[in-house]
Design a protein around this ligand. Structure first.
Ligand code: PGA
Length: 251
């Protein structure tokens, strides 16, 4: 048995005004605010972080940004830095989400710079990787993941890698209702752990948390979590509903 503590993370994407965010977080705190056997993280939109931060303080719910820039500061209109996220109370940041890659053309090199900037500021990066349906159909799943993980983690030394969380999110399963089967997900997670072993060593590979993401719901989380290499979930749509997300947390 591994001693990796499960992490259930909610990515709110571009949803919720501040009033809606407060209401959701108050319910979440009531439902799961004292859970200690699972780490919980939510990533509200940037605009809601400052109203949510005081609410989750002293609860077991951690805060995350959904993205950030790699520079510390500067003339980058519309961007936000690691230090700003730390200062507002975040301890995590989601990086390289497939929607950032697809719609905003983020590259593995840029994502790698963000991983370094996050680690430098003591934010835990949640590095998202995953293949598209086309790539899976043409048997490119593993080569795509290799490239994303190798470039994404380039230059991250062994003493810092334990703060990195990997989220495997097959793009064809995000927001589509199609989930990878427990075994399909496990196969990829085993592969990723093996790659981490090749790049670092076995103890690193055994200690890094690898989350699964893509249409995770209360009725499929249990099966996923019985897989030995799945250490939690990155949840999109379902994380918008406090009761549903709480049910995922309490799988
Ligand atoms: P979904 O999104 O749970 O709505 O499929 C997952 C994600 O984008 O992280």
């Amino acid at each position: 048995m591994s001693d990796r503590k499960p992490l259930i993370a909610g990515n709110w994407k571009m949803f919720k005004t501040n009033d809606e965010a407060i209401e959701t977080v108050q319910k979440l705190i009531k439902n799961v605010g004292q859970v200690t056997d699972v780490d919980i993280m939510i990533a509200p939109p940037f605009t809601a972080l400052s109203v949510v931060a005081p609410l989750v303080n002293n609860s077991s719910i951690g805060l995350s940004g959904q993205n950030m820039h790699w520079e510390e500061k500067g003339a980058y209109t519309g961007e936000i830095s690691a230090e700003m996220l730390i200062n507002i109370g975040c301890s995590y940041v989601i990086l390289g989400h497939s929607e950032r890659r697809q719609y905003f053309k983020e590259t593995d090199d840029q994502i790698n710079k963000k991983v370094h900037a996050a680690l430098k500021s003591q934010l835990k990066p949640v590095l998202c990787i995953g293949e598209t349906e086309n790539e899976r159909d043409s048997n490119k799943t593993f080569s795509v993941l290799d490239k994303q993980i190798e470039i994404g983690l380039q230059g991250v030394f062994i003493d810092r890698i334990v703060d990195v969380i990997i989220a495997y999110e097959p793009v064809w399963a995000i927001g589509t209702g199609k989930t990878a089967s427990d075994e399909q997900a496990q196969e990829v997670h085993t592969y990723l752990r093996k790659r981490l072993n090749d790049i670092y060593n076995d103890s690193v590979a055994q200690s890094i948390r690898i989350l699964y993401g893509g249409s995770v719901k209360p009725n499929n989380i249990k099966g996923l979590m019985t897989m030995p290499d799945i250490d939690g979930a990155l949840v999109g749509g379902v994380s918008l509903d406090a009761d549903q997300f709480s049910a995922v947390v309490q799988y």
